[in-house]
Design a protein around this ligand. Structure first.
Ligand code: 13P
Length: 249
């Protein structure tokens, strides 16, 4: 049975000193929480630091993106194998900020997803519609297109080794959370779409919600039947707030 997972996405925040204090504070705060997996996805340069501090703590860590290629003449690229060297368990792929600001296409996301699986790590595949797409009534089509690009490439069995996160773009960093019912409706749609291809994968797929999750709204969101935890941006940078969200899960 799928359990609960709360993953922090630090985005491009932090430095050696602030990370040290955040990571060290999280260890005692998250220790008493049983039954929920907790993870932090940090910028590449701090993977070594994160591994040094968190190893043996029960808190997992990961990266926020990878290059779709294994190795070679890809200046600035970081491969899935490289992040695996630092003990990562998770890699976020297809975050809307990568799609919108760095030009990640559905195809690139599908290749990155496959590269993460090949390195033996767990992709956290992000999907979600913009406000304009929601208002135009095409939110489900957009999410379906983003999912299908990945399943066409890696098969439905690929999703069986992954985590998915529904992050409506209009709810990210805006303070405007999807209501528990809005989020649940899209989660049920996503799980149903997977179930059309493989019931067992659909049942076991951890499906996170992301977008302005905070301690104050986490419990209601996580109580919904198809919401298995959260992908947390801003609130993951504050140890007490992140721990409270993990407790809510
Ligand atoms: P916020 O929690 O800051 O809205 O960010 C959500 C997000 O993008 C997590 O990946």
């Amino acid at each position: 049975m799928r359990g609960k997972l709360v993953a922090g996405n630090w985005k491009m925040n932090g430095n050696l000193a602030s990370n040290q204090s955040l990571l060290k504070s999280l260890i005692p705060l998250l220790k008493p929480i049983s039954g929920t997996r907790c993870a932090v996805c940090v910028p590449y340069p701090y993977l070594n630091q994160t591994e040094q501090v968190l190893r043996g703590s029960g808190i997992a860590w990961g990266a926020q993106d990878v290059c779709e290629y294994d190795h070679g003449a890809y200046t600035g690229g970081v491969s899935a194998g490289m992040v695996a060297d630092f003990g990562c368990r998770y890699v976020i792929v297809g975050h809307s900020e990568r799609r919108a600001l760095f030009g990640d296409t559905d195809k690139a996301v599908a290749l990155k997803f496959a590269a993460v699986l090949k390195a033996g790590l767990t992709p956290i595949l992000c999907v979600g519609e913009t406000l304009a797409e929601r208002e135009a009534g095409v939110a489900e089509q957009v999410v379906a297109r983003q999912m299908d690009a990945v399943t066409l490439h890696s098969g439905i069995a690929g999703l069986g080794q992954a985590v998915m996160a529904y992050e409506p773009v209009w709810a990210i960093g805006t303070g405007k959370t999807a209501t528990p019912d809005e989020a649940q409706a899209m989660h049920a749609y996503i799980r149903g779409r997977v179930a059309e291809q493989d019931m067992r994968v659909a049942d076991g797929l951890p499906l996170l919600y992301g977008g302005s999750v905070k301690a104050a709204n986490a419990e209601q969101l996580f109580a919904m039947p198809d919401i298995d935890g959260g992908l947390i941006g801003g609130a993951s940078l504050v140890a007490e707030e992140f721990a409270a969200i993990c407790r809510a899960a």
